[in-house]
Design a protein around this ligand. Structure first.
Ligand code: SF4
Ligand code: SF4
Length: 127
C-alpha cells in the first residue's frame, strides 16, 4: 500500500489480500516491482476477463494442502483450451490477458477443479 502513490491499494481485512481500485490505478507498476511474492500483474482493463488467481508453484498435493483454491497444475485448463494463451509450467497455470474471454472464459472457469480460474463479466456469470 505504501508504494502506491495513487491510493489505489487497500487490504481486504477478511481475506488478508490486497485489492486494487481500478478507478484510481494508473498502471504505474510500483506494486508489481515491490511485491516479494510476485502477486501483481498489470493487465489491460477489459470488461470481460478470465485469469488464474494463484501464483503458487508448489506441487499439486502441497499446494492443495496449503490452500483449497490454489492451482494444482493439473493442466485441465490446457486440455480444455489447447491454445497458446494458456500455459502450465512449474505446477502453475497462467492465462494470458490476450485470451478471447468471450470464447474461452466460461469453459476455463468451469473446468478448473479448485476454482483457481476466475471469470469476470462472462455471460453465464451475469444474473
Ligand atoms: S499499478 Fe501503480 S497505481 Fe496501480 S495499484 Fe499498483 S502501485 Fe497503485
Ligand atoms: S485447471 Fe485449475 S488447477 Fe488445473 S492447472 Fe488449470 S488453473 Fe490450475
Amino acid at each position: 500500500m505504501s508504494v502506491c502513490d495513487f491510493g489505489a491499494l487497500s487490504i481486504d481485512k477478511e481475506k488478508g489480500l490486497p485489492v486494487v481500485d481500478e478507478e484510481k490505478c494508473t498502471s504505474c507498476g510500483a506494486c508489481v516491482n515491490i511485491c516479494p511474492r510476485g502477486l501483481f500483474e498489470v493487465r489491460p482493463l477489459k470488461d470481460k476477463r478470465v485469469f488464474v488467481a494463484c501464483k503458487n508453484t508448489q506441487k499439486g498435493g502441497v499446494a492443495k494442502k496449503n490452500c483449497k483454491v490454489a492451482c494444482i497444475g493439473c493442466s485441465k485448463c490446457k486440455r480444455t483450451c489447447d491454445i497458446d494463451e494458456v500455459v502450465v509450467e512449474n505446477s502453475l497455470s497462467y492465462i494470458s490477458p490476450k485470451i478471447d474471454a468471450d470464447k474461452y472464459g466460461i469453459d476455463l472457469v468451469k473446468c478448473c477443479p479448485t476454482k483457481a480460474i476466475v471469470g469476470i463479466n462472462l455471460e453465464e456469470n451475469k444474473e
